[in-house]
Design a protein around this ligand. Structure first.
Ligand code: FAD
Length: 223
């Protein structure tokens, strides 16, 4: 136990070159850039593009699929450095890791089709729809249903809190393919879908922005 209020966590000193490269990019995006974006409620397009051009958002993708094939600690170094400099990775961190599901569970054909374009930033896969209005932490209770009809799946349901979906070409979607009362374990019967939002938007997928955390402004109440 410590009597000091100070809580410290040492940063992994590895990946010096990556940290220097990311820092050099971040220095081009000072506080002023973030403040203007925030006031205009806009996406940090130039910042995300600069990280993409530097290859940092594709760093976890294996080399055979167009990334740099680095381990998770390198990805952590990228994100740590971004935040250390006062920039914000929340707009794009998911571009680094959401592809992990495709890498682990996708077919070879899907990996060859999607991963190189995710690595180059041509495709954005940085949205995942898991949470629903009535289902949060207990994911096994989710209500979104996907039923196979011929060679297609018909999906019905509603997701909420789907971050970055307005800035993503693809979205991972978790849905139940076998009803809960027909499975042995409640974690069975769930499937992941890769939804191409470019085709699905307005043709079954409806996106409504949630204005989060802006209805209780902090004010100066002096005269
Ligand atoms: C800004 C933001 C961005 C998000 N982005 C995404 C996204 O991109 N994609 C997505 O799918 N979801 C996203 N979410 C949803 C987020 O992951 C959910 O909020 C989370 O799964 C918790 O669900 P819930 O809010 O319904 O809380 P609940 O599951 O209802 O939990 C409420 C409270 O009960 C506690 N609790 C729950 N279960 C237990 C238990 N068994 N024992 C003890 N305590 C428990 C929880 O810790 C919590 O304090 C986002 C949420 C926010 C706020």
């Amino acid at each position: 136990m410590t009597t000091s209020d100070e809580q410290t966590m040492p940063l992994d000193p590895q990946w010096t070159e990556i940290r220097e490269g990311v820092r050099a990019i971040c220095e081009k995006f000072p506080n002023d850039y973030w403040m203007k974006l925030d006031q205009a409620a806009e996406y940090p397009t130039e910042f995300v593009q600069a990280l993409t051009d530097g290859g940092y958002l594709g760093c976890l993708i294996p080399e055979e699929y167009g990334g740099s094939g680095l381990p998770l600690s390198a990805g952590c170094a990228v994100l740590e450095t971004i935040h250390e400099t006062g920039c914000n990775a929340a707009a794009c961190h998911a571009q680094m890791y959401t592809m992990g599901t495709v890498l682990k569970h996708g077919s070879e054909e899907q990996k060859r089709k999607y991963l190189p374009e995710i690595a180059s930033g041509k495709l954005r896969l940085q949205a995942f729809g898991v949470t629903e209005p009535t289902t949060g932490s207990d994911t096994t209770q989710l209500k979104t249903r996907a039923e196979k009809k011929g060679n297609k799946y018909i999906v019905n349901g509603q997701k909420v809190w789907t971050s970055r979906v307005l800035h993503s070409d693809l979205m991972l979607l978790l849905a139940r393919t076998t009803p809960l009362d027909q499975v042995k374990r409640r974690t069975d019967g769930l499937s992941v879908f890769l939804v191409d939002l470019r085709e699905a938007k307005g043709r079954g997928v409806e996106i409504k922005k949630i204005d989060a955390m802006i209805n209780h402004n902090t004010c100066d109440t002096g005269r």
